[in-house]
Design a protein around this ligand. Structure first.
Ligand code: ATP
Length: 331
């Protein structure tokens, strides 16, 4: 068996971790990034210059580790139909990509969620407006009143309430972005806190570099294009709550879709009164785990040797091979 992934996102970490666990590795993707995975960082034993080389992957006895880039490039339909073994539960893809299903899941997990406004005329505080399918926060806008909303929505061609099916209006929660990365071992039935990051986003994190007076004149719109990730270590008294939130998310998934296993991330903010408000779940490895190729303070506390999320995935697969239980974790 070999471990394969699409050459982007967190592939360096996944393949590096796989090699640490003694697997041969396969990267596939555009030709121009090949040197990244074979020369500058030699983590891929095989590099296939294709978006999804199904035949070759089957021939190499590969298991695909899904990433956000892999799912985005292939599209959910193809991922659901792919014949190469996939680490994780494919049923979560639908739950995660549909904002209303995702909300049912997170509500069932009893997480604190931002209020959703069905009617823009109810807006009574700051809101963040999210068009469906927007990537990386592109196309989001902020508004503070019904009038402000209709003016900004008008620029997107949304002029009446009938046009609202393509957007979600969420309460804008003022807080510090915190993205805990979890790993749920289906084989051991155990949740682990792997690491925590915050995203470094342009231009949201750039606007503060301009004095307030000048910001007003520039009429800037906030964007959230992720440029990199920064490690966070949480105040210790917050850790139990973050872990409980992960446990409840797993429990809710068992009832709704037959379980969530492997890496996942809750994306939210911590408010000034120390409430963790979650606005999204990523049900697979997130790129925020990339600063932790050599492990994080949390994985160090648990393992006492360097364990990245990529390596933790490979450890699970190694255990699955050893106990003849791969069928429980591959779909
Ligand atoms: P991805 O799918 O890559 O995770 P996305 O495009 O769905 O990203 P979000 O993660 O929803 O984008 O949000 C982008 C940015 O907007 C983040 O920095 C997040 O902190 C901020 N944000 C999202 N929702 C809220 C909210 N309700 N209140 C405050 N900030 C928010």
């Amino acid at each position: 068996m070999r471990i394969a992934t699409y050459a982007s996102h967190s592939a360096l970490q996944i393949l590096h971790g796989a090699k640490k666990e003694g697997f041969e590795t396969v990267a596939f993707g555009p030709a121009h990034v090949k040197p990244l995975y074979t020369k500058y960082f030699p983590v891929a034993d095989y590099f296939i210059e294709e978006t999804y080389p199904e035949g070759e992957l089957l021939g190499l006895d590969a298991v695909v580790i899904p990433t956000g880039s892999f799912v985005a490039h292939l599209g959910i339909e193809l991922v659901e139909k792919m014949r190469v073994p996939y680490y994780g539960n494919k049923k979560v893809l639908r739950w995660e990509s549909d904002r209303s299903l995702e909300r049912i899941w997170l509500e069932k997990a009893r997480l604190r969620l931002p209020r959703v406004y069905e009617d823009p005329d109810d807006i009574d505080g700051p809101v963040i407006v999210k068009p469906y399918g927007a990537k990386g926060g592109n196309g989001y806008f902020l508004a503070k009143s019904p009038a402000d909303f209709w003016e900004k929505a008008g620029r997107l061609g949304i002029t009446e309430k009938e046009d609202l099916s393509e957007i979600q209006i969420q309460e804008y929660v003022l807080g510090i972005p915190v993205y805990p990365h979890y790993f749920y071992s289906k084989l051991n039935r155990e949740l682990e806190l792997m690491s925590i990051d915050r995203r470094y986003e342009s231009n949201a994190d750039a606007i503060g570099r301009i004095p307030a007076g000048e910001q007003l004149g520039l009429e800037l719109n906030t964007n959230y294009t992720v440029i990199g990730n920064i490690p966070i270590v949480l105040r210790e008294s917050l850790l139990m709550e973050v872990i409980d939130a992960g446990e409840r998310t797993i429990k809710a998934a068992e009832g709704l879709m037959g379980g969530l296993w492997g890496p996942f991330c809750l994306e939210g903010v911590y408010t000034e009164d120390m409430a963790f408000v979650v606005f999204e779940i990523s049900a697979r490895i997130v790129a925020g785990t990339n600063p932790f190729v050599h492990g994080s303070p949390y994985s160090w506390l648990r393992y006492d040797f360097p364990v990245s999320t990529g390596r933790r995935i490979a450890m699970e697969l190694r255990q699955g091979v050893g106990e003849n239980r791969l069928g429980e974790i591959l779909t």
